[in-house]
Each structure stands twice: as C-alpha cells, then as structure tokens.
Ligand binder design. Structure first.
Ligand code: TXA
Ligand code: MG
Length: 316
C-alpha cells in the first residue's frame, strides 16, 4: 500500500533534482519558508501560475509574491530605487515583501501580479528555499500554501491537510516565524500593507521617515487586505478576559491559569513565541472539535501589531 504521506518529501540532493524538474515542467510544489509554507511555481510560466490560482481557489485579482535568490535576479524584472536598497540591505533575505514597480520587459507573467504595474518581491531566508532558488533560472511565484482565506500552514502536515496528495511538499520542519511576511509598499506613498515580524518602527528607523497609514485606497491596492482572511473556519472572538469551558481560549501571559480548554500563546509574554504559536493553535483547536475560539488581549506593540491584525481578520 502506498504511504499516504509519501508526498511529504525530505530535502536531499536526489530530491532537489526531482523538485527542479517538477518546477521546470510547470508543476507546483509546497515549500518551507521562515514565515509560513508556500505553494511555489515558475513565475515566468502561465501554466504554473494558473495551477496555483486554481488549487488555492484564489481570486485572480489577488497578486502573488515573487521570490528571488538575489538582487541581480530581481533587477531583471523590477525597478529598484535607493529607498528599496537601503531597506533591502537591512532586512533581506528575511520576512519582508517589497511592492515595487514592474519593468516593461519583465518576464513575470501579468497573471501572477493580477495585471498590476507593481510586483511584490521577497528574498526568503530559509536555507532550503535558498538552495533551491539558487539553482533555478526563474523566480518562484509563491502564496501561502492554504486554500484562500484560510490559515497559513506552518508545517508539512498542514500543507498535506490542505491539498492532500495533489502536490508534493518539502519537509523543512516547523516555520520559525509562523506568520506571513511584512508587506511594505514602496510605490507612491510608503506604507505597510500587511504587518509582520519586521515592525513599522524598524522600517521607519532605517528609512528615516514616518510611514503613511493605510487608507481605503491602499487597502484596495492590496487585495490580501480583504477583511475576511486567515480564518480557522470557526468563529473567533477577540479581546476576551474569560471564556466558557466548552470553547477554546487562546491566552497570552502568565496571569491566565492553565485549564483544559486554554492555549497560551506565550506564558513569558514573548511576542515572537506568540506569533509562532498562533496558526498552530488555530489548527489544533479546530481539529479537537471546538466550535468557537475566544482570544485574550495581546499587546498591540511591535510584533503584537501583526498578531492583532491576523486575529482581527480571523474574527470577521
Ligand atoms: O510570508 C509570506 O509572505 C508568504 C511566504 C510563502 O512567502 N507568502 C504569502 O503570500 O503570504 P500570500 O499570497 O498568501 O500573500 C501575499 C500578499 C497578499 O496580501 C497580496 O495581496 C499582497 O501580498 N501582494 C502581492 N503582490 C502585491 C502587489 N503588487 N500590490 C499589493 N499587494 C500585493
Ligand atoms: Mg495567504
């Protein structure tokens, strides 16, 4: 009998060749990154991109992030200015996506960018994906490896649960960060379209500017800021200080007692740890059959801004 998990594959030199071949033939594959697992395909291939949109049931107007190994690769497709370079030097490779202008002769397929004149580009830090990107002659279009509006996967089994045996997934263990990259818009008004572990303060310090706040217009520009998103599939209620026994209670900090239905994001009140646990808890809670999730207050500073952003959307 075929092992049902045989589509979760180890990263070794033999499989690296296999993966490259899948991608070259316009196939798609689940890959680890330091933020969350992604669903990758050749960004220069319409066939590959179509497959990504289809399997995710993603709206065509929601653009994909294009992942590169290096600046010299990205330069062929997008226009990079001084501000970009400053911030790139500080935070990449790492958990940040830059919205920049697309070159007219860019090879990125318009479908990947929802026909926009801009592109979201990212240079992931995870060692596995970097080894792979280095060997490829094209960048990878790669949204999070979950069905649209659901919770991003943070381990190979999560990806398997989303797509079963439809795709192969490379086992890179648990994602170190656990929530998606910060999305920074660098075209026109500089602003954060999606908060992440790289915080507004850190960006302001490097660019020596005050970031613009999101307006209705910029929200439309980033379709990922659709309100309902990151949903675990059961109702989520935020900013609660207690919770009925029959529902799951996501807490934060040592003031909350350990109970059968409680899931503490970080007893030490560490926001990095909380980010790493959030999606893991969402999936576990759903699996255990809880019908509702109550969530305690999480401080809205630093990485807490990103955690609250995801909680708010999950609660819509
Ligand atoms: O951490 C991450 O960013 C993960 C890993 C796999 O890299 N990827 C990810 O992709 O979260 P996705 O597709 O789930 O979210 C991409 C977000 C969406 O909100 C999308 O609207 C926004 O980036 N985006 C992409 N290109 C854009 C563009 N040209 N303008 C505005 N927003 C863009
Ligand atoms: Mg996503």
């Amino acid at each position: 009998m075929k092992n049902i998990y045989s589509n979760i594959i180890k990263f070794n030199s033999k499989n690296l060749i296999k993966i490259i071949n899948i991608l070259k033939k316009n196939g798609i594959i689940g890959l680890p990154t330091e933020t969350v697992y992604g669903l990758a395909g050749n960004a220069y291939s319409n066939n590959a991109i179509k497959k990504i949109f289809k399997i995710k049931k993603r709206l065509k107007k929601n653009p994909l992030i294009i992942h590169y190994y290096s600046l010299s690769n990205a330069k062929k497709d997008v226009i990079l200015d001084k501000k970009f370079l400053k911030i790139y030097k500080k935070f990449s490779p790492g958990p940040i996506t830059y919205i920049v202008k697309k070159k007219i002769h860019s090879k990125i397929k318009p479908l990947a960018c929802a026909n926009l004149k801009t592109v979201g580009i990212r240079f992931p830090k995870n060692k596995i994906i970097r080894k792979l990107l280095k060997k490829l002659e094209f960048p990878l279009a790669m949204p999070s490896a979950n069905k649209s509006s659901g919770v991003s996967p943070v381990k190979p089994m999560d990806v398997f649960e989303e797509f079963n045996n439809k795709i192969k997934v490379i086992d890179g263990g648990i994602s170190n960060i656990g929530i998606e990259s910060t999305v920074l818009n660098l075209v026109g008004k500089i602003c954060i379209l999606r908060p992440g572990v790289i915080t507004p303060k850190q960006i302001e310090n490097v660019l020596k500017i005050k970031l613009n706040t999101l307006t209705k217009q910029t929200v439309v520009k980033s379709p990922g800021s659709f309100k309902k998103h990151y949903s675990p599939g059961i109702p989520v209620y935020i900013n609660k200080n207690k919770c009925p026994d029959k529902y799951a209670f996501i807490t934060f900090g040592k003031k909350y007692p350990v109970t059968r239905n409680s899931f503490n994001l970080s007893r030490k009140s560490n926001l990095n740890e909380a980010a790493r646990n959030l999606y893991k808890f969402f999936r576990n809670i759903k699996k255990r059959g809880y019908k509702k999730i109550y969530v305690a207050k999480v401080p809205n500073t630093g990485i807490g801004i990103a955690i609250n952003d995801r909680l708010k959307r999950a609660s819509k």
